[in-house]
Ligand binder design. Structure first.
Ligand SMILES: O=C(O)CCC(=O)C(=O)O
Length: 183
C-alpha cells in the first residue's frame, strides 16, 4: 500500500466492542453532535456530516476558520484512547469525531496539515464500511482502502485523503480520529 500508513488493524475492536461503542456514541448526552458550517473561497458551506470533539482541557483545534476548544475527555473514552496510544506508539491529546448518516455524507479531499498538528492520526471506524481514498504524493496515483467496523488505521494526515461519497445504500458510520496537537 502506498498510503503513508503506519498500520491498519482490521479487527482492532471485536464486533461486540465495536457495537457497544456505536451505541455509546449515539446515546443522548454522551456526545454533542453538531452540523458545522464554514466559509470556503467566500462561499458559505454546510459540512456534509456531523462533527464532535473532545481533548485535553485548554486545547483548541482551529481549522477551516472555526475554533474547536476542548473541555476534557469523558471517562469512558479515556481507556479507549489509552489503548489506541499503545498500538499507535504515540500520545494523543485531541479527538475529532465524524458522523456520516448515509452515503451522501462524506469528507472531501484534504490534508490534515494545520499548524500545530503533529505525528500521525489514529482513525477508528464504526458502523457501515466506507471507502477511504488517498493520493500518492510522488505520482498523484489514487488508491483506496475500505474501512470496516472496529478497524484502526494509523496514517500520516499530511497525505491527501478523503472519505468518498457513495450511491450505494449505506448505513451510518462514525469515525474517531485521535490527534496530537502541539501544546
Ligand atoms: O472518516 C474518515 O475516515 C476520514 C476522516 C478524515 O479524513 C479526517 O478526519 O481528516
Amino acid at each position: 500500500m502506498r498510503l503513508l500508513s503506519v498500520l491498519y488493524q482490521r479487527d482492532f475492536l471485536t464486533c461486540k466492542e465495536a457495537d457497544r461503542w456505536l451505541l455509546w456514541l449515539r446515546e443522548d448526552g454522551n456526545v454533542g453532535w453538531r452540523q458545522e458550517s464554514f466559509s470556503i473561497f467566500g462561499r458559505h458551506v454546510i459540512a456534509p456530516r456531523q462533527l464532535a470533539w473532545f481533548g485535553n482541557r485548554g486545547l483548541n483545534y482551529r481549522y477551516t476558520g472555526v475554533d474547536h476548544p476542548a473541555e476534557g475527555w469523558p471517562r469512558d473514552l479515556v481507556a479507549l484512547r489509552d489503548r489506541i496510544q499503545i498500538v499507535a506508539a504515540q500520545e494523543f491529546n485531541f479527538l475529532l469525531l465524524n458522523r456520516y448518516a448515509d452515503g451522501r455524507h462524506y469528507m472531501g479531499w484534504h490534508r490534515d496539515d494545520e499548524a500545530g498538528c503533529a505525528g500521525n492520526i489514529a482513525s477508528l471506524s464504526l458502523g457501515a464500511p466506507r471507502r477511504f481514498r488517498f493520493e500518492c504524493e510522488a505520482s498523484g496515483v489514487r488508491e483506496h482502502i475500505d474501512l470496516e467496523h472496529g478497524s484502526l488505521l494509523v496514517f500520516d494526515g499530511r497525505q491527501r485523503h478523503c472519505l468518498a461519497k457513495t450511491r450505494r445504500p449505506t448505513q451510518e458510520r462514525i469515525n474517531l480520529t485521535f490527534r496530537l496537537l502541539n501544546l
